[in-house]
Design a protein around this ligand. Structure first.
Ligand code: CU
Length: 90
């Protein structure tokens, strides 16, 4: 009985919040220290994005997002629309 009760408590929580996912994007066209800011802003405008870290030297953006609301394709589109074509590293 005890284990059944704890499972019943845990299930609704798991259904509410999907675990955040992290994806690394290879970002093109970043040439100066202002570019990462533009990339970061474009990513933060995507619904479901919790955090975006952009690395100018490595030409990457590390994005944490809610997989129920955002997709890697939406993240790629956001930076591409801002002038920085990217692709998700797999
Ligand atoms: Cu720049």
């Amino acid at each position: 009985m005890r284990s059944f009760a704890s499972i019943a408590l845990l299930l609704p929580l798991a259904a509410l919040a999907a675990a955040p996912k992290t994806v690394v994007l290879e970002v093109q066209n970043m040439t100066c220290s202002l570019c990462p800011i533009a990339v970061k802003k474009s990513l933060q405008q995507v619904p479901g994005v919790a955090e975006a870290k952009v690395d100018l030297e490595k030409k990457t953006a590390t994005v944490t997002f809610d997989p129920d609301k955002a997709t890697p394709a939406a993240l790629v589109k956001a930076t591409t629309d801002a002038g920085f074509p990217s692709s998700a590293r797999t």
